[in-house]
Design a protein around this ligand. Structure first.
Ligand code: ADP
Ligand code: MG
Length: 238
């Protein structure tokens, strides 16, 4: 586990500034939700933490380490996306093992890590199945399994539930939170859904147009919204 520190982080695409100097302190072992309307810069910020986008100003630290110029593979993070394409021609076991195989991890270690992740995610009976033989929720769990086997310091989630139907989405929120309570891995979770944010976040960061409007616990935001935007956003249905 590790803390993540975002200091005055800026991003522009060409002439267009999309992050205007963002500061966030993410505590070791916490579950932090970044929430805001579509286009406000959530994915861009997450991709910068992952090392998939260049930083145009400021610093990102994972633990004590400044990672601005580190390639993604050296950052000790694992990301779960909305479009978590599984490899259709590989079994559940091989989907989960793939990143470790690429990293030339010892076979016995891979087996043990896949087994542990499968047990945590209730996938043990499904290890020899192919993705097409799984339900939507089971596929989502395999995507999380691929992240867990890497034992990262930080999990990054980018709207991982957006493609699921409403009922499954609610169930998976609890599963992800239970997973966090079990593993205690520092987690940064992006969503545009304020109900998801309020039910899942220990700490919520409300973003708008590349800036942070407010940071606080769900209760802080509910009881003391910093401005009209936060009050309206938190109070409105998804
Ligand atoms: P969110 O995840 O909050 O919906 P994004 O981080 O995806 O928002 O996008 C923030 C802004 O940056 C949007 O205006 C988007 O159009 C723009 N943007 C994102 N990626 C690129 C890119 N590769 N090139 C140009 N503009 C981009
Ligand atoms: Mg996004």
């Amino acid at each position: 586990m590790a803390s993540v520190t975002i200091r005055s982080v800026k991003k522009n695409f060409g002439d267009v500034a999309v992050l205007h100097g963002v500061d966030i302190d993410i505590h070791d072992g916490s579950f932090t939700v970044l929430v805001g309307p579509s286009g406000c810069g959530k994915s861009t910020l997450l991709r910068m933490i992952a090392g998939l986008e260049e930083i145009n100003g400021g610093d990102i630290l994972i633990g004590e380490r400044r990672v601005n110029d580190l390639p993604p593979k050296d950052r000790d993070i694992a990301m779960v996306f909305q479009n978590y394409a599984l490899y259709p021609h590989m079994t559940v076991r091989n989907n989960m093992a793939f990143a470790l195989t690429l990293a030339k991890t010892a076979k016995a270690t891979i087996e043990a890590k896949v087994q542990r992740a499968a047990e945590i995610l209730a996938l043990a009976p499904l290890l020899e199945r192919y993705p097409r033989q799984l339900s939507g929720g089971q596929r989502q769990r395999v995507a999380m399994g691929r992240a867990i086997v890497r034992d990262p310091q930080v999990f990054l989630f980018d709207e991982p539930l957006s493609n699921l139907d409403a009922k499954l989405r609610v169930a998976m929120r609890s599963e992800i939170k239970e997973l966090h309570q079990r593993l205690k891995t520092t987690s940064i979770y992006v969503t545009h859904d304020q109900i998801e944010a309020m039910t899942m976040g220990d700490k919520i960061v409300v973003m708008r147009d590349g800036r942070i409007e407010q940071t606080g616990s769900p209760l802080d935001l509910y009881d003391h919204p910093a401005n009209q935007f936060v009050a309206g956003f938190i109070g409105s249905p998804a």
